[in-house]
Design a protein around this ligand. Structure first.
Ligand code: PSU
Ligand code: MN
Length: 313
C-alpha cells in the first residue's frame, strides 16, 4: 500500500505520534484481551491501569484496535470503554479478518497477530500482553495453530508475555517457533513460564536478565535484516502465581467442556479463558491482571533501553 493511502486507514494518536517522532519509548497493547479476554468492567479497569503503569515507567501506551474501519495506534479512554462494554460483540480480528473489517468499516478487537501488524505499520517496536496463542492440544488432528505464531515469524515486533497457558501444547508451540526462527527468551529464567504459574517443565532458548540486553537482541535482529519478531516470556510474580494443581484441574475441565460442546476455531481461546475464570472463582482473573501489569513494566523498560541505545549510537 502507498503510504499516503495507508494513512487513510491508520490513525496514530497524537501523543503516540509525537513520542515516535522524538524517539521516545512507546508500548503497544492489544484489544482482544479487553473484549474477549476479561469480563466487564475488570477489562476496562485493567486496560486503563496498564496504560497508567506504562506512563509511570516513562513510556507512552498505544492500545491498538480497529474502530469503524480505522486501524488505531492509540485508543482514547472512551474507545477503550466502548470496546470493553461491547465485549465479545466486537469481532475478534486476526490477520484474515483485517481486509473485511476495514472494507466494511467495522470494529475489530486486535489479537496478538493484528496488534503486531498495526504496531509495525505505526513504527512501534515493543508490545505487552498477557498470553499468546499457540499450537493447541490435539493440533495434529485439528490443525488449530494460532496465527500469532505466524505473525511472530514475519513481523519485527518484540512481544512481552507471561508465556502460554497450558490450554496449549507448550512443547509443540516451542517447536513451531523454532522452525519459524523466532527467538524465545526467558526474563530471569531458563524455564518457559506457563502464564498462571512460573514453571512449565519446558525450557526457553535463552535466559536474559536485563531490559538492556533485550533491547540489544532486538536491535541485532534488525541489523541482521531478519523479518521475525521476538517472544519475551516474563514469569508472573511469585506472590500472584497460582497453585499448579488447582489451575491444571481447571484447564482440564475447560478443555473437556469445549470438546463436549464442539467449540472450535476462533471461539476456542475465548471460551477456554472464560471457563477457567468461572471454575477458579475469579482467582485466575486476579493473576491475569497482575501478570499483564508486570509485562507492561518490562516492555516499558525495554522500549526505554531501545531509545537510549539508539541515541548513544
Ligand atoms: N491468551 C490469553 N489471553 C488472551 C488471548 C490469548 O491468555 O486474551 C487472546 C490474544 O488476543 C491472542 C488470541 O492473540 O487470544 C489468540 O487467539 P487464537 O488462539 O484464536 O489465535
Ligand atoms: Mn485457533
Amino acid at each position: 500500500m502507498e503510504s499516503t493511502e495507508l494513512k487513510q486507514y491508520l490513525e496514530i494518536a497524537p501523543e503516540v505520534e509525537e513520542a515516535l517522532r522524538s524517539n521516545r519509548p512507546v508500548v503497544a497493547l492489544e484489544s482482544t484481551i479487553i473484549s474477549h479476554g476479561m469480563p466487564y468492567p475488570q477489562n476496562v479497569e485493567t486496560a486503563m491501569k496498564v496504560e497508567e503503569t506504562i506512563r509511570n515507567c516513562g513510556a507512552t501506551p498505544a492500545t491498538i484496535a480497529v474502530i469503524k474501519g480505522k486501524m488505531k495506534a492509540g485508543c482514547s479512554a472512551d474507545e477503550i470503554e466502548y470496546l470493553g462494554k461491547k465485549g465479545v460483540e466486537v469481532t475478534k480480528c486476526s490477520r484474515r479478518d483485517m481486509p473485511v473489517i476495514l472494507a466494511r468499516g467495522m470494529d475489530g478487537a486486535t489479537t496478538v497477530t493484528t496488534t503486531m501488524l498495526i504496531a509495525h505499520l505505526a513504527g512501534i517496536r515493543v508490545f505487552a500482553t498477557g498470553g499468546i496463542g499457540g499450537v493447541h492440544r490435539g493440533a495434529e488432528k485439528t490443525m488449530d495453530i494460532s496465527a500469532d505464531l505466524e505473525e511472530l515469524a514475519s513481523t519485527p515486533v518484540m512481544v512481552v508475555c507471561a508465556g502460554a497457558k497450558s490450554i496449549l501444547d507448550l512443547g509443540l508451540t516451542l517447536e513451531y517457533l523454532e522452525t519459524k526462527g523466532v527467538p524465545v527468551l526467558g526474563y530471569g529464567t531458563k524455564e518457559l513460564p506457563a502464564f498462571y504459574t512460573r514453571k512449565s517443565g519446558f525450557e526457553v532458548d535463552y535466559r536474559v536478565d536485563t531490559p538492556e540486553e533485550l533491547a540489544k537482541i532486538y536491535l541485532m535482529q534488525r541489523r541482521l535484516q531478519m523479518p521475525n519478531g521476538i517472544l519475551v516470556t516474563n514469569p508472573i510474580p511469585e506472590e500472584y502465581s497460582m497453585d499448579k494443581t488447582v489451575i491444571d484441574k481447571a484447564i482440564e475441565e475447560a478443555l473437556a467442556e469445549a470438546k463436549n460442546r464442539g467449540i472450535h476455531g476462533k471461539e476456542t481461546t475465548p471460551f477456554l479463558l472464560a471457563k477457567i475464570k468461572d471454575i477458579t472463582g475469579g482467582d485466575s482473573l486476579d493473576s491475569n491482571i497482575q501478570l499483564v501489569l508486570n509485562n507492561a513494566r518490562l516492555a516499558s523498560e525495554t522500549a526505554k533501553e531501545l531509545c537510549r541505545l539508539e541515541q548513544g549510537s
